[in-house]
Design a protein around this ligand. Structure first.
Ligand code: G4P
Length: 530
């Protein structure tokens, strides 16, 4: 990271990140305030309001709303100061962890939001672990400080202990709950005071000359000031100082305290993302890595979303640009098929609405409407045969048989399921033996989502029934051995949507036995999507 050349300014100013949090910690509220300060919306509340309007368009979205979970991920771009932020939304529910995992392959950093009263919760921890697998830099926002929350040292300790990462305070809260007054900005020696009268107003910021500045007493009551001085002194002694390199390497997280709903602390966090967050990073690929400053455009698909607009039945492939300067109308090579695609109507997800992207740079996320050519894991280049690595497909943990309510429509079901497989919403296996489809997902809720989407989008009622199988493994290894095995075990075999061979079984014991008896065959629980 150190010896890299300076990036062109347009690329260097990009910050592409996701927010990870436990449901209810305040991700939506924080996103709204980001957009508010990013000038993308005039008034906070629009994201939700807009979401509502969009959701009424389909029952699928209705379901999302009823359950209070976000099933689909999207991307939003906005400017703050000199920076261009690309915020990629992650589905929060644990049932959609695979989708979340892939989303996190498209970002350079994560903002971890925790609730000041609850600390590190289960979903935060899971998502954090995913970030850690990729050494993603993490910036932390401790939200809801306007409510009764835990002691500041206790919160920091909990993060350090639970997540095994160094925590350094970027701000320090003054008072708590109803007495919460604001924060002392440890990085810039400023006093930030909360404005409770207007939730959308930016709180007051006062430059001061250290904690002993007499000006402090004008704003902070004596007992709170004394406590603040004591705590900050202790924090400076006990906690590590901010080390930007350690942040970039993912070993240290700076923490800001605030209240998203009161717009408090959000600007400081945004400045922090700009100052300490990473620039677009080098992307792992085969046969070589891709550096963002390379002149030629490369990008990869990390998400496909179908039927975003039911009127058009389009699919949008979300592409993270890994290098170069993209311009609308460019012809890019779709590496998997070796075909050239003219990208004539790319969209940028500006918070207001989707908009045609005239240009984009490494780090940006663009949407490419298409009819199914683009799949998750696909790489686009200006001709070089590069393939982005590391976008996994996981073996599903739950399998069910899917049948059309009307047997005459079985063919439509084939089409619908294959589309969802391409979207990455489910694994679809066609058994070599017998009829029907076996659908695999990571979380049970996905079956309901699928059934409701197939009905909505294809007018096709379907039933999910228990399958005789509980595990699926991709088969790899010596080709002749795999074929010989396949010929003898037809009742256990299926093909996935890409035509790859899959071994289905009821017992882990079976998997162990196959591996033991056939050392030249490998059964794998993940497959890299290419
Ligand atoms: P999520 O996306 O992470 O699930 O959380 P979301 O932003 O929806 O926030 C969850 C709840 O917490 C919301 O309340 C929201 O208003 C509240 N909240 C967010 N930030 C703060 C904060 O800084 N202080 C306080 N006190 N509350 C905060 P709700 O009642 O579920 O929804 P709503 O009726 O307020 O929209």
């Amino acid at each position: 990271m150190d010896n890299r050349p300076a990036l062109p300014p347009e690329i260097a100013r990009r910050r592409t990140f996701a927010i990870i949090s436990h449901p209810d910690a305040g991700k939506t509220t924080l996103t709204e305030k980001f957009l508010l300060f990013g000038g993308a919306i005039q008034m906070a509340g629009q994201v939700r309001a807009k979401g509502e309007a969009r959701r009424t368009r389909s029952d699928f979205m209705q379901m999302e709303k009823d359950r209070g979970i976000s099933v689909s991920a999207s991307a939003m771009s906005f400017d703050f100061k000199n920076f261009r932020f690309n915020l990629v939304d992650t589905p929060g529910h644990s049932d959609f962890s695979e989708d979340t995992y892939r989303t996190l392959t498209a970002v350079d950093a994560a903002v971890m939001v925790i609730d000041g009263a609850k600390g590190v919760e289960s979903q935060t921890r899971k998502l954090f672990e995913v970030c850690r697998l990729r050494d993603l830099p993490i910036l932390t926002f401790c939200n809801k400080m306007d409510r009764e929350s835990r002691d500041t040292f206790e919160i920091i300790d909990e993060i350090q202990e639970n997540l095994a990462i160094d925590v350094t305070p970027a701000s320090w809260p003054i008072g708590v709950g109803r007495d919460f007054l604001g924060c002392y900005d440890l990085l810039r020696d400023r006093l930030e005071l909360i404005d409770r009268a207007d939730r959308n107003r930016v709180a007051e910021s006062i430059a001061i000359d250290g904690l002993d500045d007499p000006k402090m007493a004008d704003h902070v009551p004596a007992h709170l000031l004394e406590k603040l001085r004591e705590e900050v002194e202790m924090a400076r002694e006990l906690l590590p100082a901010l080390d930007p390199q350690a942040v970039l390497e993912g070993h240290m997280t700076p923490i800001w305290f605030g209240s998203a709903i009161n717009s408090f602390g959000v600007r400081e966090l945004m400045e922090g993302i700009g100052t300490y967050g990473p620039e677009p990073q080098v992307q792992k690929a085969q046969p070589r890595e891709i550096a963002p400053e390379e002149g030629k455009v490369t990008g990869f698909v990390f998400k496909v979303q179908a039927n975003m607009d039911p009127k058009h039945r389009d699919r949008v492939a979300f592409v993270r640009l890994a290098s170069g300067h993209f311009e609308r109308g460019m012809k890019l090579t779709h590496v998997r098929s070796k075909k050239t695609m003219a990208i004539t109507n790319p969209v940028l997800f500006l918070a207001s609405d989707r908009e045609l992207a005239e240009e984009a740079w490494a780090g940006d996320i663009i949407g490419i409407p298409n009819h199914g050519q683009l799949r998750i894991g696909d790489t686009l280049t200006e001709g070089e045969m590069l393939r982005v690595a590391g976008i996994p497909s996981f073996a599903p943990e739950l399998l069910q048989t899917c049948r059309a309510g009307d047997p005459m429509k079985a063919k439509h079901l084939d089409k619908a399921l294959s589309q969802f497989a391409e979207e990455g919403a489910a694994k679809v296996f066609k058994p070599t033996f017998g009829s029907g489809f076996i659908v695999g997902v990571v979380g049970a809720l996905q079956f309901e989502v699928l059934a409701s989407r197939i009905e909505m989008e294809y007018g096709l009622p379907v039933r999910f029934e228990p399958s005789q199988f509980t595990s699926a493994r991709w088969m790899a290894g010596d080709k002749a051995a795999v074929e010989a095995f396949a010929a003898k075990n037809k009742q256990h075999l299926a093909t996935d949507n890409d035509g790859d061979l899959v071994y289905l079984t009821r017992m882990q014991w079976d998997i162990d036995r196959v591996e033991r008896d056939h050392p030249e065959i490998r059964l794998t629980a993940t497959k890299e999507m290419m």
